[in-house]
Design a binder for this molecule. Structure first.
Ligand SMILES: [Zn+2]
Ligand SMILES: [Zn+2]
Length: 102
């Protein structure tokens, strides 16, 4: 990025780009270039064909009160951390994490 006034290089300063020579601010400063959005995806998404292969276990659905749910484990971040168990209600397809499985 270069200054529109004098053509000098713009330097990033406090969230915006400022000209190193005349101090003019760039209006369209690229503040957010990278966004981590793919990290949280697909953890709880299991398509129907996969669900049918999952084991069915005892779990209380807090939405419909059904006592059976499919379950699977997901390694959330690193191998050091314990995996998170997910449940999917057999009846209403409600999906939740098991936070109390320790
Ligand atoms: Zn300038
Ligand atoms: Zn349910």
């Amino acid at each position: 990025m270069f200054c529109k006034k004098c053509g000098s290089i713009l330097l990033p300063k406090s969230g915006t780009l400022i000209c190193s020579r005349c101090g003019a601010k760039a209006k369209d400063a690229p503040t957010k270039i990278t966004q981590k959005s793919s990290e949280k995806k697909s953890l709880e998404i299991v398509d129907e064909s996969t669900v049918n292969t999952l084991p069915l276990g005892d779990a209380d659905c807090d939405r419909c009160g059904h006592k059976k749910a499919f379950f699977w484990d997901v390694q959330t971040r690193s191998a050091d951390e314990p995996s998170t168990r997910f449940f999917k209600c057999e009846k209403c397809k409600h999906t939740w994490r098991d936070y109390d499985s320790r």
